[in-house]
Write a protein that binds this ligand. Structure first.
Ligand code: BES
Ligand code: MN
Ligand code: ZN
Length: 493
């Protein structure tokens, strides 16, 4: 996909296959008014007749045009200016892309509207436009023997005012890089679990490092992890025929004295539950249990493409959770790298068992902050649905930045508490702690478990079980929270 920016004063003179025109209710943007003049007042009369009033998420194609150079125009409703927000903007762009998806359009021109919400920057509107276009044209066809036709759109031009052109140029570049990262995240997440096993996830990381020489990649195998004392991580892997890997990426592109941000991504390439086997229905979706890892790799793809001046480390514990004669049993006690012992009461609470050793491993970088990203609990879906990722942190200023980055990118997070009151729920009669805390507050006790391994640095945990993929007819990885994390690194590093 090619993205360009075009300085335009006069929409009527734009030569394009399709002019996409996001409009508010009672829109008074001067460029739209003069375009309508060229159209002989068509938009105004459609408005009066009630055919297109700018109502949010409404679209109307205008074909067979006279007086303008565009072959087609799509009117897209943004709703009332007063009620405008980022979520609405993104939804409107998604609707617009759906409306033109059946047509054989090669090039589209996007009018970048004045932003009616002062809390959203113009560049984040451009960014979001590119993101939504990216979602609309994305296809995962790797395993289709006859490949469906790819989306016909190959070029997108953003029409901007000369005052905002410089800003738009940067935003377009960033948006394109972000899309590359998000596409990688989706591809990895959507891949079948017999292919996307720990070994191939590690290979994907190595390919990423090869494509971007500033990324260094190191893969630790079972023997090396054993030497480090990662007894908790290895216990999860021991039931599977697939060898565990610890993937470590370093992107040290900032000042050499700056401590790195460490991203830890849960990489369970398939979560059967182990001996605490999950019910069969929908179990295929547990291939997505490596979406934390996939999002970290997507972030690296994006920031390396942007050549972002930041120091960032990725630590990805990659394992498969399977039941077998060699699998960990409920009741097993393991020793983590931190020295703390854990009684495994449920082998399906495996995410925290691999993350805890990765969190301890992160100490060696004396990080500025550690953020782990994990499809950790079904309970977070009960709490927050599919709209926000769950946020937990031992450092409120870190949490606040993540919340604000989530608002800016519309990749929203919602904070939940990790009060000490919850910690006794993890008490074990036989070890330092149990790996589950009972049904009540399941996401919180999972986070409390992790917090015991994250005492040496500012730490935040994102539970993305509800946001990383969609179920149902549109089943697929969403690439959340890649945009949130890229924004976070841009701001925090
Ligand atoms: N990978 C799952 C969490 C999950 C469940 C993500 C459903 C998306 C949809 C995790 O490993 C898990 O199984 N968690 C258990 C924890 C329980 C055993 C304490 C859960 O949420 O049921
Ligand atoms: Mn599980
Ligand atoms: Zn899991």
């Amino acid at each position: 996909m090619k993205y360009t920016t075009v300085i335009s004063k006069d929409l009527a003179s734009i030569i394009t296959d399709y002019l996409i025109l996001p409009m508010y209710e009672k829109d008074d943007q001067s460029m739209i008014i003069s375009l309508d003049k060229a159209l002989g007042g068509q938009i105004n009369s459609l408005n009066k007749q009630g055919d297109f009033t700018g109502k949010h998420n409404s679209v109307l194609p205008l074909l067979n045009l006279n007086g303008v150079k565009a072959a087609r125009i799509l009117l897209v409703g943004l709703g009332a200016k007063k009620e405008f927000n980022h979520t609405k903007y993104k939804a409107a762009i998604a609707t617009a892309m759906k409306a033109i998806s059946q047509e054989n359009i090669k090039q589209i021109s996007f009018f970048a509207p004045e932003c009616a919400d002062t809390t959203i920057s113009f560049s984040s509107l451009i960014n979001s436009s590119i993101e939504m276009i990216g979602h609309a044209v994305y296809r995962f066809t790797e395993f289709k023997s006859t490949k469906p036709k790819p989306n016909s759109i190959t070029e997108i031009s953003f029409l901007v005012h000369k005052d905002t052109h410089a800003e738009a140029l940067i935003a377009v570049k960033q948006g394109a890089a972000l899309t590359l990262g998000m596409n990688l995240t989706k591809d990895l997440g959507n891949c079948a679990p017999n292919i996307m096993n720990p070994e191939n996830l590690a290979k994907a990381a190595e390919i990423l490092a090869k494509d971007h020489p500033k990324i260094k990649c190191e893969i630790l195998d079972r023997g090396q992890m054993k030497k480090l004392g990662m007894g908790s991580l290895l216990a999860v892997a021991q039931g599977s025929e697939q060898k565990p890997k610890l993937i470590v990426l370093e992107f040290m592109n900032g000042k050499s004295k700056d401590k790195p941000i460490v991203l830890v991504g849960k990489g369970v390439t398939f979560d059967s539950g182990g001996i605490s086997l999950k019910p069969g229905e929908g179990m295929d979706e547990m291939k997505y249990d490596m979406c934390g890892a996939a999002s970290v790799l997507g972030v690296f793809k994006a920031i390396a493409t942007m050549d972002l001046k930041a120091n960032v480390v990725a630590i990805i514990p990659a394992v498969e959770n399977m039941p077998s004669g060699s699998a960990a049993r409920p009741g097993d006690i393991v020793t983590s790298m931190s020295g703390q012992t854990i009684e495994i009461l449920n082998t399906d609470a495996e995410g925290r068992l691999i993350l805890c050793d990765a969190l301890t491993y992160a100490e060696k970088y004396s990080p500025k902050a550690v953020v782990d990203i994990a499809t950790l609990t079904g309970a977070i879906i009960v709490a927050l649905g599919n709209t926000c990722s769950g946020l937990f942190s031992n450092d409120q200023s870190l949490a606040d930045i993540l919340i604000s980055c989530g608002q800016k990118t519309d990749d929203k997070v919602w904070q939940l508490p990790i009060f000490d009151d919850y910690q006794p729920l993890l008490d074990s009669n036989f070890a330092d702690m149990a790996n589950i805390g009972g049904r009540a507050g399941g996401s919180i006790t999972a986070a409390c478990f992790l917090s015991r391994f994250a005492k040496k640095y500012p730490w935040a945990h994102l539970d993305i079980a509800g946001t990383a993929w969609k179920s149902g007819k549109e089943k697929g990885a969403t690439a959340r929270p890649v945009s949130l994390l890229v924004e976070f690194i841009t701001r925090y590093a």
